[in-house]
Design a protein around this ligand. Sequence first.
Ligand SMILES: *Cc1c(COP(=O)(O)O)cnc(C)c1O
Length: 362
Amino acid sequence: MSVPYADLKAQYLSIKEEIDTAIQDCIDNTAFIGGGVIKEFEDDFAKYAGAKYCVGCANGTDAIEIALKALGVGPGDEVLVPAITWISTAGAVNNIGAEPVFVDILEDERTIDPSLIEAKITDKTKAIIPVHLYGLPARMNGIMEIANRHGLKVIEDCAQAHGAEIAGKKIGSFGHIATYSFYPGKNLGAYGDAGGITTDDSDLAKTCKMITNHGQIVKHDHQIIGRNSRLDTIQAAILKAKLPYLPEWTEKRRTNAAKYMNKLAGVKVPVVPEGYKHVFHVFAIQSDRRDEIKKALDAANIGNAVHYPNPLPMVPSYAYKGHQTGEFPVAEKVCKEILSIPMFAEMTLEQIEMVATEIDEV
Ligand SMILES: *Cc1c(COP(=O)(O)O)cnc(C)c1O
């Protein structure tokens, strides 16, 4: 028996009729760009995420770029980002002409370390992008306190954390604006690329909407410089059909995580602070024998991955910054020890046990 890292097919089969109907309706109506289903999904998702507005866009990377632009961040500005995250969080900052500035992470939680933020603030700093990595909320209360004291904007990168909460409050509702990815493997995934932006600020929402569609709300009335980053209609229809199942899928992920935590004795398992709701986009174990464990899982045909092999300050595209080994000690250690093991809602107890046994044997 092998265990996949994720099983998108199992999820599809569980709601096949609804997905097929949603797609067929778009084709029957030849509604490929725009259409009512986009607004319906945006409204449904805003409600789910505890926000007043949601603006769909083409992917989660664009969502960050558009949010930064809407907030007025641009050339000459600096934006603080965690040293471990998917490349988009930092790349989006470069792509609007601003400069990402890396901050080391908390070892247990792997999110940006609030106690290290202030030392990185300069008179060019305009914003902070906390990432709710793996599905665990970043320390938003501490981050907002610092941001407010320094007049900084906060963009929450929620790409891995749909539905995560701190003390019953949904992530994405702490900062000024939040961005989501609906990449197929994310906790809410489309059948291609898709993304979204949420905020309670109606002006910001309107600006984001205009940026995603050539700077216009009304056709040919280009108010600002925009681009094409529209949410695809078929993807919106699929996401709308899937969203009602997200709470149930999230609870299953959390139940599977609890089972893993009971069974895994010899490795470090995710640490969840009191009152924090982790949604386990990724279940990451940590061990100084990571490479041996990885080898054993590969040999047993058990899906696994390293998120991420290198802190972003050390990847070739950021070599221009001249960072040296030892500057981000926590991120550097975590990257050497971290391993993501299979995690999806439809996992069986047998699959969880097989993974845990394989790891315990090492
Ligand atoms: C997936 C992801 C993104 C980018 O989303 P895409 O839809 O793939 O562009 C951004 N940030 C984080 C933390 C992600 O995991």
